[in-house]
Design a protein around this ligand. Structure first.
Ligand SMILES: Nc1ncnc2c1ncn2[C@@H]1O[C@H](COP(=O)(O)OP(=O)(O)OP(=O)(O)O)[C@@H](O)[C@H]1O
Ligand SMILES: [Mg+2]
Length: 376
């Protein structure tokens, strides 16, 4: 059994979409899959057409310490389709953090629940949809998982805060003396923009290449499918979203399973898995890259053309300074810079201006005022 958490505390980066569609595509590949909804928002539950508000028993009952409400994981599992089961959640789950506070082993409740699952069905994959926070619930999800898929969208601030997720993973690894195999998944990729490509390169660098080859493109069918409570492969088999998630499922299946110990095995009724030592895989073992990436942004809804010129491109905006209108008048460009100080200006429809959002300015040798960026 491979247990894979889908986590990233950035909201709306595609965790639930990935959890639901990866699960459905793995099921289509004839793998037995259990999708655990570990988010009080209950979006994975809704995404499989189960009404969270109508449920009597959910993941809350599995994780609660209150004996009268307690249920085993297998008691709440709902069959969804051939090979795909769901452990649903609803808003009740938000009470768990408080109920478990101060309780011993509170971070291991999900692990215990999976271990104690009495079922005649053995799952090939358990996929855990985590909430956009790094609280106790996500900690429980990560702690039981041998693998973590971190969906990272290719929009603004996509890598913002990701270091905290990786720190949490490191903490768990140290506590348990095991390794969690971390891999990023690029989501909402828009192949028409250079910005998406630049951010994708950033993600690859940040995760030292531990990024799925499969790209999840922006595809409106994914949104539509979830609004109908269907995995995209059941909604529209031929769309890009179906192709992408089918490819991802194949990549996940093919992933170096043979690499000894990279996947944590959890046997039913066996809680000794905490001792299993896995092959060291440093999730964030990146060499410190010489260059840092600076994202320059400019808001100009009316502008036709925005460029950036500065010390880093010899003040020639036309060669390497074109900025891209990525959405609603937001212009952006990623520039890779060595540590140091750089003066720059935007060129908006031919007019040179300082960066209105950057209070740091400096005069050049001719006395002109420029914006200043410092890379540490
Ligand atoms: N590849 C995609 N193309 C287009 N829309 C997408 C794509 N992936 C996700 N979406 C849409 O973006 C929104 C956010 O996606 P999703 O719910 O999967 O994110 P999340 O990370 O689970 O959010 P949260 O942090 O709230 O749990 C949803 O409306 C979803 O339908
Ligand atoms: Mg979600």
């Amino acid at each position: 059994m491979r247990i894979i958490a889908i986590a990233n505390q950035k909201g709306g980066c595609g965790k639930t979409t990935t959890a639901v569609n990866l699960s459905a595509c793995l099921a289509q590949l004839k793998k037995n899959v259990l999708l655990i909804d570990l988010d009080p928002q209950g979006h994975a539950t809704l995404g499989l057409n189960v009404k969270p508000q109508e449920l009597n028993k959910t993941m809350y009952n599995v994780l609660t310490p209150n004996a009268e409400n307690k249920a085993r994981l297998d008691e709440i599992i709902m069959p969804i389709s051939d090979n795909l089961d769901l452990a649903p959640a609803n808003i009740m789950l938000s009470a768990i953090e408080q109920e478990l506070s101060g309780k011993p082993e509170r971070e291991a409740k999900l692990m215990q629940a999976i271990s104690l699952m009495a079922t005649n069905k053995t799952y090939d994959y358990v996929i855990i949809d985590c909430s956009p926070s790094l609280g106790l619930l996500t900690f429980n999800g990560l702690r039981v998982s041998g693998e973590l898929i971190a969906p990272v969208d290719t929009g603004f601030y996509s890598l913002h805060g990701i270091s905290r997720l990786l720190e949490t993973v490191n903490l768990i690894e140290k506590q348990l003396n095991c390794k969690i195999q971390v891999k990023a998944l690029v989501t909402m990729f828009d192949c028409r923009t250079n910005f998406s490509r630049e951010v994708k390169e950033e993600i690859c660098k940040y995760f030292s290449g531990k990024v799925y080859e499969t790209l999840i493109h922006n595809n409106v069918k994914l949104k539509e499918a979830s609004s109908y409570g269907l995995p995209v492969v059941s909604y529209n088999k031929r769309c890009r979203g179906s192709e992408d998630y089918t490819m991802l499922a194949k990549e996940v299946v093919a992933q170096v399973k043979a690499k000894k110990g990279t996947t944590k095995e959890v046997e039913a009724r066996d809680t000794s898995q905490e001792k299993i030592e896995n092959t060291p895989v440093q999730p964030n073992e990146q060499e410190s890259p010489a260059k840092k990436s600076a994202v320059f942004t400019f808001y100009g809804a009316e502008a036709q053309k925005v460029e950036i010129a500065g010390d880093f491109n010899n003040w020639v905006s036309s060669t390497q300074g074109q900025m891209e209108n990525i959405e609603n008048g937001v212009w952006a460009r990623v520039v890779h810079l060595d540590p140091g100080k750089y003066q720059y200006k935007f060129v908006v429809d031919g007019k040179w201006i300082i960066d209105p959002k950057n209070p740091k300015i400096e005069r050049d040798l001719s006395g002109n005022i420029n914006s200043l960026i410092e890379i540490e």
